[in-house]
Structures are given as structure tokens and as C-alpha cells.
Design a protein around this ligand. Structure first.
Ligand code: HAM
Length: 440
């Protein structure tokens, strides 16, 4: 019988053989964010649709074309297309903004966007993201950008460019909108229907339309940097100074406007050209108006999110190091009921001390059990049969070297096993060092 229900288009299964790669990214991202004073927040997978309409914006591709929305008992809910809106909602609802500022939170979550699937663009994808609320200072922008850079560096990624821009505040934007309207009105007949609608409501959105014709027209559109007010341009200059001080290379790219409506002032993207069109591995910026817009006190905020699938595509391509997948530390091959019970007891004790211990659970013969131990890459194996139970001694085999040592099957088993394991690890360190000297 063949499986006739497959996973939905644009979704992926993360298999046990690959999960160590995810653990690597998650561990490094968490540790880096925590070293910068961020703590984890976990938010619901779905929210009231209105939250995204009001924050991400009515005229964005995400809200207009990509949201998964259901109506349940007359209420409209949407699977989160990103993490910022839900995180800010949670901060407001739980009073976090009344505590010591700046509030700093990070998250690892799945997002849902009904996009056309392709390499690096999924309908369910995962983000590592973070938000900092309560600072209007450009030093906070530099801090958040340097945090993102730090994560990318610690993951071992190379050839990632940082692009920054400022898209100003509502004050400077009103002049800019006028200039954009005049530019696009003259070319209106070639714009897509959605962009014709955007022309009046929000002309900046035309700049990140995915239609190739609109993109071509947008190439020569006026750029926001020419319209920044004094406050916004001063903020941007200071950010550039701080990044230079931190020795973080960047390029000012006036074309970056980001696809979500809440941004003000600084926006940035980390981009690689190595994985084709979907090369933005991280995007973020400042959103000084969002908290007030959602009903909170006026509070400046900023953040970013990285696409974990995209990071992994680049890491694979660049052959970055991943944490070693955890293997079975010790496998007990058993013959008979008494041996099985003994293996159960010792395994439980070893597991309490953090070891991965396994024994046969499907009644295989001894040969098949050893074959299995080999297949799963067990570090040590022990055979327990009537003879071993009678003498109270077992042979523990180092599967890599093929050597065997006899140890007692008594209360001291765990301690003896630990010292054996420790010695093995020390030997392998010595071997590496000797190898290193030879090569040197
Ligand atoms: P975003 O640029 O929409 O920003 O998404 C952030 C990152 O998520 C992208 O740079 C990309 O790596 C990844 N990503 C986006 N869409 C997909 C997709 N369909 N498939 C795979 N990966 C994808 C945000 O979501 C903002 N909330 C970031 C932010 C946080 N700004 C301030 N705070």
C-alpha cells in the first residue's frame, strides 16, 4: 500500500538525521542572544487576524496575499506570518513594558505564508528572531545589528553582506510619498493591479512588489534617503559611526524598504548571493510607532528575524561545522529474561547520569542485536547471558577499536564504565594532538 497523503506543498519534514543541524543553529542563536541580555518568549501560533492587519499592514503582500486565516465561531484567526506582532502583543498584554527598559526578548518559531514555494521560500518556515523595546537611541540599532552579525559569525557563515537603510519617520515620509506618487502615476498603466491600488494608500509598498514589471519600474524611483528629516538623518549617521567603531562592514542600500509596514528609521538585511534569489538570511529594523498603534504607550522598538531554513542552506553549502549528533553510548545485547531485566536496571542508572543506553526491545537474537548496535554506532557494547549473570562479570567492547575489557556487573558498573569512557575520550584527544604535531 502506498502513502497517498503527502505533506502540503511548501512544508518540510525535519528528520532525526538532520535535527542536530537545527540544534546547532538554535543553540548558537540562543547563547548569543542571552549574552546580549535577551530572554526567551513563547507566543501562540495563531492570533486574531486584526493584529496582523494593523501591524504588518493592510497593503503588504503578507496581509493581502499570504495569510492563512480561518473563521472559527465567527472569530477570524490567522497563523502567524512573522513573530514581531505577536511578541509585541504579548509584551503589552503581560505588562512587560512597565518593567525595566529596554525589554529584550528572543524567539524561535514557525511562520506561515502562502507564497509560491521554491528553494529557500516555504509556506511553513522557521525564524530565530528578537525584539528590543524601550530605546530610541542609535546605539540600540548598532547593538541589535551587531548581535545578528555575531550569530552569523559564530555559525561560521562567510560572504554575507550587511545592507542598511533608513526609511524615515512619518514626518519625512509624507514628502517622500508625494515624490513616489508623482513618479509612479506617470507609469501607472504598467503597474500590477495591486500596485495601482497601493499608489494612493501606500506607494512605498510598490517598491517591494514581487512582480518583475513593477520591480523594473521601481528601479529608478526616488529614494527615501534624499527625503530624511534632520532627526532621522542624524540617527542614521550615528548608527553608521557605531558600526564603523564595531568594525562591522556594511553598505548603504537605499532600495531596502522591507515588506512589512511597521518599520521606521533603520532597516537592514544580511544577504548572501550564494543560494540564489532567496538570499536574505536576516531582516529587521526599527518600528517606533508600532507599540502605540497596538494600544500601548509610545515606545520605540526594534528587532530582526533570521530564516533558519535559509541559514541551513548556506551552512550546508559552505560546509560549516555542526554539533556531532548524539550516539548510543552503550548497548546491552541480552540473552534471556534475567539478562534483559539486568540490562533494564543498569540502563536506567546510566540514563540518570546522562548516558544514552539501549537494549533489545523486539526479541532479536544475539547476532542481530550486535548488528543493530553496529548500525546505530554504539560506542560500547556489553553482552549479558546466563554465564555473565553467574560470574557477575561482563566484557565491555569498544566498538571503534574492537578491544574488550572485563568489568564487574555490580553496583560499581556505572563508575567503571564512566572511567573507561573518560579514558577513551582522553586517548582520542591525545591522538588528535599527535596527528597535529605530525602535520605541523
Ligand atoms: P521578514 O524579512 O519578513 O521579517 O522575515 C525575516 C526572515 O525570515 C527573512 O530574512 C528570511 O530569512 C525568512 N523568511 C521570510 N519568508 C520566508 C519564507 N517564505 N520561507 C523561508 N524563509 C523566509 C520579519 O518577519 C520581521 N518580523 C523581522 C523583524 C523582527 N523586524 C523587526 N523585528
Amino acid at each position: 500500500m502506498s502513502l497517498n497523503i503527502k505533506r502540503p506543498n511548501g512544508t518540510e519534514d525535519i528528520l532525526p538525521s538532520d535535527v542536530h543541524k537545527w540544534h546547532t543553529v538554535e543553540k548558537i542563536a540562543r547563547e548569543t542572544a542571552e549574552s546580549f541580555g535577551f530572554s526567551e518568549i513563547r507566543i501562540p501560533t495563531f492570533e486574531n487576524t486584526e493584529l496582523f492587519q494593523r501591524s504588518v499592514g493592510e497593503t503588504t503582500d503578507v496581509v493581502q496575499k499570504e495569510m492563512y486565516t480561518v473563521i472559527a465561531k465567527e472569530t477570524k484567526f490567522t497563523l502567524r506570518p512573522e513573530g514581531t506582532a505577536g511578541t509585541i502583543r504579548a509584551m503589552l498584554q503581560n505588562g512587560l513594558l512597565n518593567e525595566a527598559l529596554p525589554q529584550r526578548v528572543y524567539y524561535i518559531l514557525s511562520c506561515f505564508r502562502h507564497e509560491r514555494p521554491q528553494a529557500g521560500r516555504l509556506r511553513e518556515f522557521h525564524q530565530f528572531g528578537l525584539e528590543m523595546a524601550g530605546s530610541a537611541e542609535p546605539s540600540a540599532d548598532a547593538e541589535v545589528i551587531s548581535l545578528a552579525k555575531n550569530i552569523l559569525d559564530r555559525l561560521g557563515l562567510k560572504n554575507i553582506e550587511l545592507y542598511i537603510n533608513s526609511i524615515g519617520c512619518p514626518k519625512c515620509r509624507s514628502e517622500y510619498h508625494k515624490a513616489l506618487r508623482s513618479y509612479f502615476s506617470e507609469r501607472k498603466e504598467n503597474l500590477c493591479d495591486t500596485c495601482i491600488e497601493r499608489l494612493e494608500k501606500n506607494p512605498m509598498r510598490i517598491l517591494d512588489c514581487k512582480s518583475p514589471v513593477c520591480q523594473e519600474i521601481a528601479k529608478n524611483a526616488p529614494v527615501i534617503l534624499d527625503y530624511l528629516c534632520e532627526d532621522c538623518s542624524g540617527h542614521f549617521e550615528k548608527l553608521k559611526k557605531y558600526l564603523a567603531n564595531l568594525k562591522i562592514d556594511f553598505k548603504v542600500n537605499p532600495k531596502i524598504v522591507r515588506g512589512l509596514d511597521y518599520y521606521t528609521k533603520t532597516v537592514f538585511e544580511f544577504v548572501t548571493t550564494e543560494i540564489g534569489a532567496q538570499g536574505t538570511v536576516c531582516g529587521g529594523g526599527r518600528y517606533d510607532g508600532l507599540i502605540e498603534q497596538l494600544g500601548g504607550k509610545s515606545t520605540s522598538a526594534l528587532g530582526f528575524a533570521m530564516g533558519i531554513e535559509r541559514l541551513l542552506i548556506v551552512m550546508d553549502k559552505q560546509k560549516c561545522d555542526f554539533m556531532t549528533p548524539k550516539k548510543c553510548d552503550i548497548y546491552f545485547a541480552t540473552m534471556g529474561e534475567n539478562a534483559l531485566e539486568k540490562a533494564m536496571n543498569i540502563s536506567h542508572e546510566l540514563r540518570d547520569f546522562g548516558y544514552r543506553a539501549e537494549f533489545d526491545l523486539i526479541g532479536r537474537g544475539i547476532k542481530a542485536q550486535m548488528k543493530y548496535a553496529n548500525k546505530i554506532g554504539a560506542v560500547f557494547t556489553v553482552v549479558i547471558g546466563d554465564n555473565e549473570l553467574e560470574t557477575g562479570k561482563v566484557k565491555i567492547k569498544d566498538m571503534e577499536k574492537g578491544t574488550e575489557i572485563e568489568i564487574a556487573l555490580d553496583d560499581k558498573f556505572r563508575i567503571n564504565f564512566e572511567s573507561l569512557y573518560f579514558n577513551k575520550m582522553m586517548d582520542s584527544i591525545d591522538d588528535t594532538e599527535i596527528g597535529g604535531n605530525e602535520n605541523g
